[in-house]
Design a binder for this molecule. Structure first.
Ligand code: FAD
Ligand code: SF4
Length: 513
């Protein structure tokens, strides 16, 4: 044996060319590391899911005859960080080469590219996961420049021949968004299938986290419901194709508190399995398209296109945005937002029913669906002017699928506009009206969504106008915001003043909403 091949927790790609042949000169190292549990405070289910999936991956490799070293926190505890651990293993086993796969996270890519251990050669390999090759990122994206997702997505459709007929998009249209975006009617609520949950025993991992004083957030469950291996991940993909795809696009933006499946609705919940590379994006897209092809009378193209756009479009897009703009991206704060994150982000203890639900289920399941992340917690943070560093930390910690390359462009970019418009052409700011239209939280809320300035007025309303007014410099000339500013100017001065005053009262006491 002379080569150590490092596999990071989000590199569980069984189809990687490394594993095509058993090589007796190679030892694979998969390690639970304190540095990875500590760079942000993670949801306990997220740490459990990664550790459980890593252990299962190690078992699967060993089963195929590869030499594998799986190290738990107990074993890696004496080493302050990854380089020190690698050095120790190389010395102990007389290894002279380290090979690793290109990390997706800037922090780890930097740490590994700076690795310099005496007498040890290190080389970086492609992770063989994304559709867009890493080296093509610089051809598709320019630093500090807005790149339109829709055009990137069309290029990807053509390049990889996905949902295309000759050179034209299938169905004659690239995007069916207009036909999606429906809210859930009462009659729809009983049709939503209960989510497929697994029951992976993670009690040993939880005790290990306790033993090593790893600080976490959220509810710990000995039975982890997330998929942690190929079999479960493929099962979840199958479940999505058979039960959820049929209405995926249609209810993509809907929210409810009145269904047994209200925390995930028609969403796939595949993000952990894909981000850990247990499933590849190409495999997911192909599976969904072939399921649709076999069931075209039942499932419409609009649903399939909506799903494909998320993976072939958004997911590949945010990765490009991240890499072309790092490390500067992590410190951008274009709107100078400085307020601390209110305490209820950690407890769900707020009278705002929409926020209570989005946060409570995040603490319970390490999951919220896209529109909750974007239009509830994200929009609230934007309106309230919360410091994007704190917003990033929260999102990066709490979600099962949160890895910086995908979390940050979505949070700092898409929801907080802190990148000054690299991702979004206008801020995702909305008043209570939007939430009332797309969801049913307002019906049982302490606040009244129709009111702006009264004691029980929905906080989103005055905060929305305060946001619009305080950033007039920034957005006043944005053609996509013309209507909004016209509406603001149409209000009489007294109304404007009362709204701004109300918002200021709320902002001074954000912790008590
Ligand atoms: P589905 O709705 O079923 O979508 C299918 C797949 O499409 C997802 O699994 C995901 O792989 C991909 N996808 C969808 N939207 C996006 C997007 N905007 N960016 C990248 N991929 C997308 N996604 C993460 O994977 N990790 C994160 O840390 C993360 N943080 C987010 C933070 C904010 C503020 C917002 C608004 C979105 C964030 N997203 C993140 C994107 C998206 O919300 C999640 O991917 C999605 O909710 C995961 O659930 P799902 O698998 O059920 O998704
Ligand atoms: Fe949220 Fe306002 Fe509706 Fe309450 S009234 S649920 S705070 S949007």
């Amino acid at each position: 044996t002379h080569t150590l091949r490092l596999i990071l927790g989000d590199q569980l790609n069984a189809s990687h060319s490394w594993f095509k042949h058993v090589d007796p000169t190679v030892v694979y190292v998969i390690a639970e590391l304190k540095q990875e549990t500590a760079y942000v405070k993670h949801h306990v289910q997220k740490v459990c899911a990664f550790f459980a999936a890593m252990a299962q991956f190690a078992d699967a490799l060993a089963h195929c005859g590869h030499q594998v070293m799986y190290l738990t926190l107990d074993e890696t505890q004496p080493f302050s960080d990854l380089p020190t651990l690698l050095e120790h293993i190389c010395t102990q086993h007389q290894l002279n080469t380290i090979e690793y796969q290109q990390p997706d996270e800037y922090r780890l890519a930097k740490q590994l590219s700076e690795l310099s251990l005496p007498g040890i050669k290190s080389t970086c390999h492609d992770s063989e996961h994304f559709l867009l090759p890493f080296d093509d990122i610089k051809r598709e994206f320019t630093a500090n420049k807005h790149v339109k997702m829709e055009f990137f997505y069309r290029r990807m459709r053509k390049r990889f021949n996905v949902l295309m007929q000759d050179d034209e998009p299938l169905g004659g249209q690239w995007n069916f968004d207009q036909q999606n975006r429906e809210n859930l009617k009462k009659a729809d609520l009983n049709d939503i299938p209960s989510p497929l949950l697994f029951a992976n025993d993670v009690s040993n991992i939880i005790s290990r986290l306790e033993r090593h004083h790893v600080a976490t957030i959220g509810k710990a469950e000995n039975q982890l419901l997330w998929p942690v291996n190929r079999r479960q991940s493929r099962q979840l993909l199958d479940f999505f194709c058979h039960h959820l795809l049929i209405r995926f696009g249609r209810f993509q933006d809907a929210m409810t508190e009145n269904s047994q499946a209200d925390w995930s609705l028609y969403h796939s919940r595949l993000s952990f399995a894909i981000n850990a590379k247990i499933l590849s994006p190409g495999e997911v897209i192909n599976k969904v398209i072939s399921h649709w092809q076999a069931n075209q009378t039942e499932i419409s193209l609009t649903q399939v296109e909506g799903f494909v756009r998320q993976i072939l479009g958004w997911r590949e897009y945010v990765r490009g945005i991240y890499w072309i703009n790092m490390p500067g991206y992590a410190t951008q704060n274009a709107l100078q937002a400085q307020r601390p994150l209110p305490g209820y982000f950690w407890t769900a203890n707020t009278k705002m029913n929409c926020m209570h639900h989005a946060i409570k289920q995040s603490l319970d399941f390490a999951y919220a669906h896209h529109i909750q992340r974007l239009m509830v917690t994200g929009c609230f943070s934007l309106l309230a002017g919360i410091n994007p560093d704190e917003v990033d930390q929260w999102y990066l910690g709490i979600y099962i699928d949160a890895i910086e390359w995908v979390e940050m462009p979505n949070t700092r970019g898409m929801t907080q506009f802190a990148d000054g418009g690299i991702v979004a052409t206008k801020p995702y700011a909305a008043s209570g009206n939007y939430l009332n239209k797309m969801g049913d939280y307002c019906k049982s809320c302490h606040y009244n969504v129709k009111l702006k300035t009264e004691a029980n007025a929905c906080p989103f309303n005055s905060l929305y106008w305060h946001f619009i007014q305080r950033h007039q410099q920034h957005f006043g000339r944005n053609p996509r915001m013309t209507m909004v500013y016209k509406n603001w100017q149409k209000m009489n001065a007294d109304t404007q003043q009362a709204i701004i005053h109300k918002a200021e009262v709320l902002l001074a006491d954000l912790d008590n909403l």
